[in-house]
Design a protein around this ligand. Structure first.
Ligand code: ATP
Ligand code: MG
Ligand code: ZN
Length: 303
């Protein structure tokens, strides 16, 4: 019997399920007389009448083709963000009618965030016992940076997953539905086990007790098993105002006010999760204008 590596024994789960050559197994046999080649007799697929052929298993072409696309799809990176990388994250934006000092502060904030996230990705998994929490207003490129890091890491062969916060909660909730094909564990297991998890836009839906427990369970389990998470959120900490009567310097320079207590991240995810996030993540604040609104549409600054 020809001993092809088992599917799970090698990284050939990138094979196409409907591939006519390997039928999704990820391996194809080629004739070769190298040491270790094995005889393939006429009664096996690919065998021919007469003397058994000497064959050797190699990864099927379908595993090599558009690998990037397949790796990103497997990591569930949404189409909209597939182009995001560090090279196309701009930190020298110009905006009309914004004073130079303020513009410089915005660009410094973007550059600093990019530096931290880029280093995180480059060093992964070494030295990454802490994840990152990217915090900032809409359109400053939090998801862009998170995806840039995830892409780099999964393309190096690590397992990673992108989940929108609401989407994850919805998938788990849907799995409770009796008609659903999915089970709660089927949804949760990859999320708990991925070497890196991007959880995008945490706090974006109104927290029900159930939602908070579920997210708490995901974050706790990952943390206890030393798996890092990269989170993004629109909600800021109210603590900056509560403790100091003034927003943090970066926010102040950017002309942003810290949120009222009832609109803070703590309010959205609960005290326990916020405090767990302090422990498991390095917080990276980004203060800049909405790229979608202020920059991309400012045609004269774009080619
Ligand atoms: N500094 C930047 N350079 C290049 N593209 C950027 C930059 N910032 C944002 N973008 C682009 O602008 C769009 C919006 O960015 P993104 O979705 O990452 O923002 P966000 O901070 O996650 O916003 P939200 O809080 O609404 O989720 C994306 O297409 C992203 O690629
Ligand atoms: Mg986002
Ligand atoms: Zn194949």
């Amino acid at each position: 019997m020809l001993a092809l590596p088992s599917r799970s024994a090698y990284a050939c789960d990138m094979a196409r399920a409907n591939c006519p050559t390997c039928q999704g197994g990820g391996w194809k046999v080629v004739e070769r007389t190298t040491q270790g080649a094995q005889p393939l007799s006429a009664d096996k697929p690919g065998g021919a009448a007469g003397e058994p052929k000497m064959v050797w298993a190699i990864p099927c072409d379908c595993t090599v083709g558009d690998r990037t696309e397949r790796v990103l799809a497997k990591a569930r990176v949404p189409e909209r963000y597939r182009h995001c990388d560090f090279a196309n994250y701009e930190t020298d934006n110009e905006i009309e009618n914004v004073p130079r000092a303020q513009l410089d502060a915005f660009n410094r904030s973007l550059a600093q965030a990019k530096l931290v996230v880029e280093r995180f990705a480059a060093e992964f998994p070494v030295g990454n016992e802490h994840g990152l929490l990217l915090m900032g207003p809409c359109g400053v490129g939090k998801t862009h940076l998170a995806v840039a890091a995830l892409k780099e890491i999964v393309l190096r062969g690590h397992s990673g997953l992108f989940y929108d916060y609401r989407e994850l909660l919805k998938e788990i909730q849907d799995s409770y539905n009796a008609e659903s094909q999915a089970t709660e564990m089927g949804v949760l297991e990859p999320v708990l086990k991925a070497e890196i998890l991007v959880l995008d836009d945490i706090g974006s839906s109104k927290p029900s007790l159930w939602a908070l427990e579920t997210v708490g369970h995901v974050l706790n389990t990952r943390y206890n098993e030393k798996r890092v998470s990269l989170l993004t959120t629109n909600f800021l900490d109210a603590e900056v105002t509560a403790n100091s009567a003034a927003p943090a310097p970066a926010a102040r320079v950017a002309g942003m006010r810290a949120p009222a207590l009832d609109d803070s991240l703590t309010e959205r995810v609960g005290k326990r999760i916020r405090s767990r996030l302090y422990e498991m993540c390095r917080t990276v604040e980004i203060f800049a204008p909405d790229y979608r609104k202020e920059i991309r549409h400012a045609g004269r600054f774009r080619s």
